[in-house]
Design a protein around this ligand. Sequence first.
Ligand code: KIV
Ligand code: ZN
Length: 516
Amino acid sequence: MSEQVIIFDTTLRDGEQALSASLTVKEKLKIAFALERLGVDIMEVGFPISSPGDFESVQTIAREIKNSRVCALSRALPKDIDTAAEALKVADAFRIHTFISTSTIHVESKLKRTFDDVLEMAVNAVKYARNFTDDVEFSCEDAGRTPIDNLCRMVEQAIKAGASTINIPDTVGYTYPSEFGGIIKTLFDRVPNIDQAVISVHCHDDLGMSVANSITAVENGARQIECTMNGIGERAGNCSLEEVAMILHTRQAKMGYKTNINPIEIARTSQLVSQICNMPIQSNKAIVGANAFSHSSGIHQDGVLKAQNTYEIITPESVGILTNKLNLTSRSGRHVIQHRMQELGYRDTDYDLEALYTSFLALADKKGQVFDYDLEALMFFNQIENQHEHYKLSSINVQSGTSVVATATVVMQIGENERVVEAATGNGPIDATYQCLMRISGLDIDMSSYKITSKGEGKDALGQVDIVAAYNGQKFHGIGLSTDIIESSAKALVHVMNHIHLAKAVEVKKKNLTQV
Ligand code: KIV
Ligand code: ZN
């Protein structure tokens, strides 16, 4: 019989806090639904005291998610815990996660306190959080560098105060597997009430050891792993969910551990997180990288053709990558698209068939054949594009070449009735198009990053442009998708303009409310 390891996902908290542009409530909810389908036991979805936006997204997710427990972070302070509980209380059951630093360097240099002060704050915070729920997790921040006697005292007192989960983070990704495993073992040997709590680990990847450290911790008694999809998170990121889940799954017979993760959902969830978070996945990344299942050497190819398991320890299908690719053309009807989406694992409620079909036909007219990856890219993009469209691109015409100054003419629909035409020159066709859009919007947008990636194979693949742009001190992420990279560039900036328009409308609403 295998023992259960709890998967605690922190993509929407530790992962999200490391992004250059924060996610909207809708984007976070989309990821939360995907994580729920993936089978995470607990999802930590924000730090409600940190901003009204975080509070709102924690509350929305807590209301919507039914099959995973929702958790929010708080420092070891009553006002943080009150705010977390307020955001979470719409859920049937929830977890409050409270933390304080325990390493000498953090206690003395960051908190300017003594270890005994911190111990008292931790105990008080756990007791206070227990007023709202029985499910309280306490984290000893920087546990990996905490003197072991102090760590044992802290863990014992936090359990005594009522914490049902104790988390041991390697906050700075400093420890190595036998060392980290040794810390967990010592806790089990020396803390008398350790059997009254689940021991969790939360490892960062600064030295590339987060997954190995987490697995070694499980071998030494930990039964919860904190991780993120694609390993996103502070600095070098967190322990990667798909890697630990597939290690425990693939080696279950030998290791004797299981999780509730449904491997078939991994590829789709990974793509969604990468897309929404604007965090590309390195092609050689284990499990979810584009090359994770491709064999280049002739000897390997020959082996795999004879028997797949000569060089493949897991199949792409087992993590939800479909290898049977169907070519769709403009003659394919709605039902074919719907059927293919079902085969790709999407429910009818996951996307708008009409919108997908319209963009599919437009693409099929341009490309001839449309592949699975195109369909998925269109689906993700439609979900993003259809959110709020105050500015709508009607047309772009560009003239450029080696011996002419690049010139663009853009026609745009603003709101219901306004139609604006603008022309500009620029340093290349994209710059000229952006000059037009900036003039039309009249917004002082500062572009901090521009990135273009191919979303499929071949020279007629869809090109996706991701930009991050700042306006009034806030950062916005814009995405554009088209077979024409000037059009996808324009769409990405229009997406940002629509974000800004919405943010301004929310500000005005808030002001009006406070004036009433
Ligand atoms: O890395 C860390 O220590 C954390 C804690 C808040 C758990 O993210
Ligand atoms: Zn962390």
